[in-house]
Design a protein around this ligand. Structure first.
Ligand SMILES: [Fe+2]
Ligand SMILES: [Fe+2]
Length: 398
């Protein structure tokens, strides 16, 4: 008997993680024919359907021949219930075969929104690929509900996806970073040739990134430069999670400590030159000048004019009342980037992905208590921030 697998997903773009899953599932379930069906819903995808088809056709050439991979082209008249209609066509063309439907755990949560979901679930075996460790309990609960309601077969496989995701690849392209070894070489060439996943509005920023990196490198020690790159990367991760602007978060993270290693005198003189007013606390504790000065330098010397970026740089040390999400992201990224070993880093790292306001409150409280113990003055922005983050209800996630 032929064992067929249908791999459904956005494939935006298809990557080596998908190819690895294909090989793994095929050897476990003895699959001898694999159909890739890209999501037709353009609202959820970035690249056009035709490009995603082309990338699949290029990428699946790398899959073992005995799996017989094929990209299934959806007939336009079936747009509304393409999954079920495609399944019926595949079943008819491969009469007598056993059919498995592979789904990532993300797609699985939306399963019951599919048209003809009930017909589909009764006629094929569902295989859920567990990728994100954090949603396992939710997947198990969803499976229990579906099993209780319908007579159906659903299995889960725990497969290491090499920590690659389409989101990571799109972000790297946006930031002009290498995607070598994340997608097959020929697919990478296609993405470059067709300029996929680039955003015309961000081209000015992208062209500036190399210049900004050079400036940061020239002004910081190696240790601080690496810290800045790590804060930029960590800011992107949080921005992806909280659906914020990736490019703005990256630039704010990259520039946040630009003025950190200037001497106290340099900080005071440059503040004066750039029109940055210093209050009593800043004058007494010149290290506290560095975030505000970095923001001014970014604006006046590096031509960064975006208010959100400038504010995220300016308030990355004191915080403030009414912080924007990007401000919170950079503040917390500074605390949790992988080289940080503060006593509360592990706890804050966890909280960042559960409740960003609670993470802010905890970190602010801890910084302020440490500063009080060291007999340092607390800036009014930090006091206002602490009072601000007291106002949230921390029994709910936000
Ligand atoms: Fe800093
Ligand atoms: Fe920093």
């Amino acid at each position: 008997m032929t064992n067929i697998a249908i791999f459904s997903g956005s494939f935006d773009p298809i990557h080596n993680g998908h190819l690895y899953i294909t090989e793994e599932i095929s050897s476990r379930l003895d699959i001898n024919k694999m159909f890739f069906i890209p999501d037709l819903n353009s609202k959820k995808t970035v690249a056009d359907y035709s490009h995603r088809i082309e990338m699949i056709n290029i990428a699946i050439k790398k899959i073992s021949k005995n799996i017989n991979p094929e990209c299934w082209i959806i007939k336009k008249k079936f747009v509304k219930n393409y999954m079920f209609r495609s399944f019926c066509d595949i079943k008819r063309e491969n009469f007598g075969s056993k059919i498995y439907l592979l789904l990532g755990s993300d797609s699985f949560f939306y399963l019951d929104s599919w048209q003809c979901f009930v017909d589909l679930i009764k006629q094929c075996v569902f295989v859920i690929i567990l990728r994100d460790r954090s949603n396992r309990v939710k997947v198990a609960e969803k499976i229990r509900i579906i099993r209780d309601a319908y007579d159906c077969n659903i299995y889960t496989f725990d497969i290491d996806t090499l920590n690659i995701s389409s989101t990571i690849i799109r972000t790297k392209i946006l930031l002009n970073q290498s995607i070598n070894f994340l997608v097959p070489g020929d697919e990478k060439k296609y993405i470059c040739d067709k300029k996929l996943y680039q955003n015309a509005n961000l081209n000015a920023f992208r062209n500036n990134l190399d210049y900004l990196k050079k400036q940061v490198k020239n002004n910081l020690s190696e240790k601080k430069f690496i810290h800045s790159l790590c804060v930029a990367d960590q800011s992107v991760k949080l921005a992806e999670y909280y659906k914020q602007d990736i490019m703005k978060s990256y630039i704010a993270g990259l520039l946040h400590d630009y003025a950190k290693e200037f001497t106290s005198t340099e900080k005071i003189i440059m503040s004066h030159e750039l029109g940055l007013e210093l209050d009593g606390v800043l004058r007494q504790q010149p290290d506290l000048i560095h975030p505000f000065l970095a923001s001014k330098i970014a604006q006046k010397k590096l031509n960064v004019n975006d208010r959100e970026i400038l504010d995220a740089i300016a308030y990355h040390t004191t915080g403030r009342s009414g912080m924007s999400i990007i401000e919170k992201i950079v503040y917390l990224a500074d605390c949790i980037e992988p080289n940080r070993t503060y006593s509360d880093t592990i706890k804050i790292r966890e909280l960042c992905y559960k409740n960003i306001n609670q993470a802010m409150r905890n970190r602010l409280n801890s910084v302020v208590s440490q500063n009080l113990m060291r007999n340092r003055k607390i800036h009014k922005f930090s006091i206002e921030a602490i009072n601000y983050f007291k106002m949230f209800n921390y029994s709910k996630s936000s």
